[in-house]
Design a protein around this ligand. Structure first.
Ligand SMILES: NC(=O)C1=CN([C@@H]2O[C@H](COP(=O)(O)OP(=O)(O)OC[C@H]3O[C@@H](n4cnc5c(N)ncnc54)[C@H](OP(=O)(O)O)[C@@H]3O)[C@@H](O)[C@H]2O)C=CC1
Ligand SMILES: O=C(O)C1=N[C@H](C(=O)O)C[C@H](O)C1
Length: 245
């Protein structure tokens, strides 16, 4: 049995993760912690799943890693600096591993992978992510990671920036520039999490779209991460590394 703790246990995703861990035959839910609960409740855990908030996740990681607990992190807001700090924490605590994935949905991971594969064939690419209005970070972690993957593929293919003649603009009209890829963030009541990667070439447009229909969609990926994190040395970023793509 894997002893699992959950941080953000009363949140939109945390509730689903607790249910999934509880139902898994090879896992025991040993601690379910939310805001203002003592982290010490997680002390019996081997693996802690974090779906909290970008403002608090680094402190949670420090607490877990310094105790030899392997974190599986869905919370977003990670940039290169944050990932480097996690690597340093892990280096100071050998034998402890961490998995940080901007999206645990299998279809979402495939959408990112397909976008990366397609990128080299198109002159233009932009990303539109659409989320519920309760989301703290923009652009989403998924959009940020997709933009990085697409940008890497374009660089490898020798492609320059997507063509764009804009010389006059209201601030933000062209979205955020993530590694040279324009990313647009929509926040709208009734949505959960959605993304379109729009690729344009010679007389053709390819749209790769992903829709999250409910938050239980994240749990198979989270459980896979919980099962694997103890044997993945150091820091693993993205669920794709576990999916034999
Ligand atoms: N990687 C992935 O697949 C996915 C990632 N996410 C990300 O996960 C994060 C959480 O999303 P979501 O569940 O929608 O958010 P919610 O706000 O619904 O849940 C977060 C929960 O964490 C609690 N919390 C806040 N601070 C702490 C703390 N210090 N310790 C413990 N719990 C705390 C919140 O309490 P309170 O409300 O009182 O502040 C809340 O109950 C976001 O960053 C989101 O982008 C979301 C979906 C999928
Ligand atoms: O906040 C959310 O809801 C989600 N966050 C993640 C992200 O920022 O990419 C994953 C998914 O989009 C849902």
């Amino acid at each position: 049995m894997i002893r699992v703790g959950v941080l953000g246990a009363r949140g939109r995703v945390g509730v689903e993760v607790c249910k999934a861990v509880h139902a898994a035959a090879d896992m025991e839910l040993v601690g379910a912690v939310d805001k203002d609960d003592p982290l010490e409740l997680l002390a019996p855990a081997e693996v802690v799943v974090d779906f909290t908030h970008p403002d608090v996740v680094m402190g949670n990681l420090e607490w877990c890693i310094s105790r030899g607990i392997h974190p599986v992190v869905g919370t977003t807001g990670f940039d290169g600096d944050r990932l480097e700090r996690v690597r340093e924490m892990l280096a100071a605590n050998p034998g402890t591993n961490a998995l940080i994935a901007p999206n645990f949905g299998i279809a979402a991971v495939l959408m990112m992978h397909f976008a990366q594969q397609a990128a080299k064939y198109f002159e233009s690419v932009e990303i539109v992510e659409l989320h519920h209005p309760g989301k703290a970070d923009a652009p989403s972690g998924t959009a940020r990671r997709t933009a990085e993957l697409v940008a890497e593929a374009r660089r490898k293919a020798g492609l320059g920036p997507s063509p764009d003649a804009t010389t006059q603009e209201i601030d933000g009209a062209r979205g955020a520039d993530v590694d040279g890829v324009h990313v647009h963030a929509v926040r709208l009541a009734a949505l959960i999490a959605h993304q379109e990667v729009i690729l344009g070439g010679e007389g053709e447009v390819l749209t790769i779209r992903h829709d999250t229909m409910n938050r239980s969609s994240f749990t198979p990926g989270v459980l896979l991460g919980v099962r694997r994190v103890r044997s993945l040395p150091g820091l693993t970023v993205g669920l794709d590394a576990l999916l034999d793509l």
